[in-house]
Design a protein around this ligand. Structure first.
Ligand code: NAD
Ligand code: DAU
Length: 339
């Protein structure tokens, strides 16, 4: 089988590339990634040595180039991870989010239609459901929860999801969508909560917690997300949405304190800063459908996953130090300098 993965030089996409190459030695994995600030070719260093792996530095919005790749590689299935993924950046500059996340999705689906109604999987997010109140722990997002977005990022992902379902209904494109909660693990770009806090703590820098740090996220180890997508592309029902989440809700402040404790750093590094605009309070996925239909369950407990993640950042300092020493510093100064 030829699996075309977009955004494979980013966090989850790269973990998925390795998952597929390791699990299916007879599959070919074709990666399309334009290498934005969030894409890193060094992440794919080992994959590039594998004869079953091919990399294209290409923008998913570049229709002509994408069509050419489909002609040359003849994918059987497309998994679209490519996206602008950081909420804070979307608040600063929404435009590129609409372009990549919606128009890029359109180009990828048009290519699937043009070259034989190819199976298409859209990697979406629990953020399309908006947020839940902190005082209603009985509420969870199911696949029928209405879309109700808060940020330009989540709106662009919801727009893409609607377009995917429109391509299914209008053109009969064989699609599936997964909506996952917050991932953590290796190769997570250090602008997101967990890797940012690990990197800052290791450098004895302030740990910027938005608002009071009471917002809740439902954390899932990235490998469990990859396994869920693997199951969906092989056994998922066409035209269906699958929620993916670990039932592992934690307050931001508790995560940051845990990281301090694990690294032997003082909590006095914690600095409360201005809240994110439109900040979602709580995300919580109900994964009953994917469990009942496809037998998926999260395998990595948070206690183990966070230890593995911290260990990975300790053992792979060059990877993240290279990132935070470059262009990223300008971003950091802009976002946190006067916050
Ligand atoms: P990421 O920002 O780490 O990686 C995104 C990748 O997409 C990068 O390699 C980047 O270079 C590439 N890319 C961006 N624009 C592109 C374009 N126009 N053409 C080709 N490549 C492009 O993101 P991530 O955290 O790995 O998220 C991957 C997907 O999963 C996204 O669609 C995101 O919405 C979704 N998701 C993420 C999470 C999470 O917790 N990180 C949770 C649920 C869903
Ligand atoms: O829920 C899935 C989503 O999870 C994905 O769709 C997004 O692509 C992914 O980036 C992530 O979005 P979040 O906004 O939840 O993740 P982030 O790591 O940016 O923030 C997690 C929480 O931590 C959030 O409540 C904001 C807070 N935060 C974040 C940063 C970067 C801080 O308090 N301080 C920070 O410096």
């Amino acid at each position: 089988m030829n699996v075309l993965v977009t955004g494979g030089a980013g966090f989850i996409g790269s973990n998925f590339v390795y998952h597929m190459l390791n699990k299916y030695p007879d599959y070919k994995v074709i990666c399309v990634d334009v290498l934005t600030y969030a894409g890193n070719l060094s992440t794919l260093e080992d994959a590039l040595k594998n004869p079953n792996f091919k990399f294209y530095k290409t923008d998913i919005c570049d229709r002509e180039a994408i069509y050419k790749i489909f002609e040359d590689e003849k994918p059987d299935v497309v998994v679209n991870f490519a996206a602008e993924s950081h909420v804070d950046r979307s608040i600063e500059n929404p435009e590129v989010f609409l372009k990549t996340n919606i128009l890029g999705t359109q180009v990828m689906m048009d290519a699937c239609r043009k070259y034989g109604n190819i199976r298409y999987h859209q990697v979406s997010t629990d953020e399309v459901y908006g947020d839940l109140p902190l005082d209603r722990p009985d509420l969870f997002f199911t696949e029928t929860t209405p879309l109700h977005t808060s940020s330009p990022y989540s709106s662009s992902k919801a727009g893409a999801d609607l377009l995917v379902m429109a391509y299914y209904r209008t053109y009969g494109l064989p699609v599936t969508i997964s909506r996952c909660s917050n991932n953590y693990g290796p190769y997570h770009f250090p602008e997101k909560l967990i890797p940012l806090m690990i990197a800052n703590a290791l450098n004895d820098k302030p740990l910027p917690v938005y608002g009071e740090g009471l917002n809740v996220r439902d954390w899932l180890y990235v490998e469990d997300h990859c396994k869920a997508i693997d199951l969906i592309i092989h056994n998922g029902k066409i035209g269906e949405v699958y929620n993916v989440g670990g039932h592992n809700e934690m307050k931001n402040i508790d995560i940051v304190k845990l990281i301090c404790a694990k690294l032997g750093k003082p909590e006095s590094l914690i600095t409360y800063v201005a809240d994110r605009k439109g900040h979602d309070m709580r995300y919580a996925i109900d994964p009953t459908k994917i469990h009942n239909e496809l037998g998926w369950l999260p395998e990595t407990k948070f206690a183990d996953g966070i230890d593995k993640t911290i260990e990975w950042y300790l053992n792979n300092k060059t990877w993240w130090e290279t990132i935070i020493s470059g262009e990223y510093m300008n971003y950091y100064e802009k976002m946190y300098g006067n916050r």
